[in-house]
Design a binder for this molecule. Structure first.
Ligand code: C2E
Ligand code: MG
Ligand code: MG
Ligand code: MG
Length: 289
């Protein structure tokens, strides 16, 4: 009897897995159709210099305006395509859309930069750099540095030499690469030293905890010292309040991004937001800025 029960249990789980796989496949087909139907859009979250009270750029974050399910956040669909060719299509669309938006803002007198998140599978594509050149070439009025790419620390560890080549090739095109969610991937200092990333983005978990947890603060201090030694910039994500900004400024971390500054905004709100922020910067403006 036990054997029979076990046997039917296996069939049961097989059926569940098959059903899940079928559902995910259906969602992927919807994503493919959604790309063709222009259902994806980018929201833009400001990155600021808290010391000088200036906006330094925006992170482009993908959203899916689903016809039946409403506005979906990336956690609802990006994980499902990370291991599929679709994530390359979505990423390529995001780069094209971000530079188009930067060119639109420039035409309206708003000079700013945008960063785009790139999935591991996408950046390893042999034609990535060629496509990057193509997107930038469409807008010769833009300086290459208006586009920045964010890659995960965990990606860099997994495929070190390919990622090092990728970063070098982007840099040669004038596109800086930043290491996202830094501090969560346990990358060794030796690795970091050999990766030509322009900046480290401190993971929001440390920033969120730094006011209560001295160990989180110690991790941030350590990363700041190391980044300085290696000549890399640092930016803190997860700046949820003015107090977080104050604590970061006290440690010498002047660049930040987070809900305490602004949530991701629709593109149309960006020019007005920049003007309002720079008119009355929450941390003031240090002398000499
Ligand atoms: P990420 O690149 O680390 O982006 C930061 C995420 O943290 C964003 O969520 C942002 O809205 C959120 N966030 C910003 N400030 C705060 C804060 O102060 N507190 C809290 N609790 N959260 C904050 P979002 O937009 O849901 O994006 C989640 C992740 O999805 C991103 O993490 C990124 O890994 C991925 N993603 C977003 N857009 C794209 C894309 O175009 N392509 C790919 N491949 N991945 C993307
Ligand atoms: Mg990011
Ligand atoms: Mg991040
Ligand atoms: Mg993240």
């Amino acid at each position: 009897f036990a054997k029979r029960a076990g046997g039917s249990q296996v069939h049961f789980f097989d059926a569940v897995l098959a059903h899940e796989e079928q559902q995910e496949q259906q969602i992927r087909e919807r994503i493919q159709a959604g790309l063709a139907n222009h259902e994806f859009l980018l929201a833009y979250q400001p990155k600021v210099d808290m010391l000088c009270g200036r906006v330094i750029g925006f992170e482009a974050l993908v959203r899916w305006q689903h016809p039946e399910r409403g506005l979906l956040q990336p956690s609802a669909f990006v994980p499902m395509i990370e291991d599929h060719e679709l994530v390359e299509q979505l990423g390529d669309w995001a780069i094209g859309e971000a530079v188009r938006q930067a060119a639109d803002w420039l035409a309206a007198g708003v000079k700013t930069s945008v960063s785009v998140n790139i999935s591991p599978r996408h950046l390893l594509r042999p034609d990535f750099i060629e496509r990057l050149g193509f997107h930038l070439g469409r807008f010769p009025q833009l300086h290459a540095g208006v586009l920045e790419l964010e890659i995960l620390e965990t990606t860099a560890i997994k495929d070190f030499s390919a990622v090092a080549d990728f970063i070098g090739a982007c840099k040669a095109l004038g596109v800086p690469v930043v290491m996202d969610d830094f501090g969560t991937g346990y990358s060794s200092l030796t690795y970091l030293r050999r990766l030509p990333v322009s900046a480290l983005k401190l993971d929001q978990s440390f920033v969120r905890g730094m006011l209560e947890d001295p160990e989180d603060e110690a991790i941030i201090r350590g990363i700041l010292v190391m980044a300085r030694g290696f000549g890399r910039k640092t930016i803190a994500e997860g700046v949820e309040s003015v107090a977080h900004g104050n604590a970061l400024l006290a440690l010498g971390c002047t660049l930040g991004q987070g809900y305490g500054i602004a949530k991701p905004l629709p593109a149309a709100e960006v020019p007005g937001w920049i003007a309002a922020f720079e008119q009355a910067p929450p941390w003031g403006r240090a002398p000499g800025c």
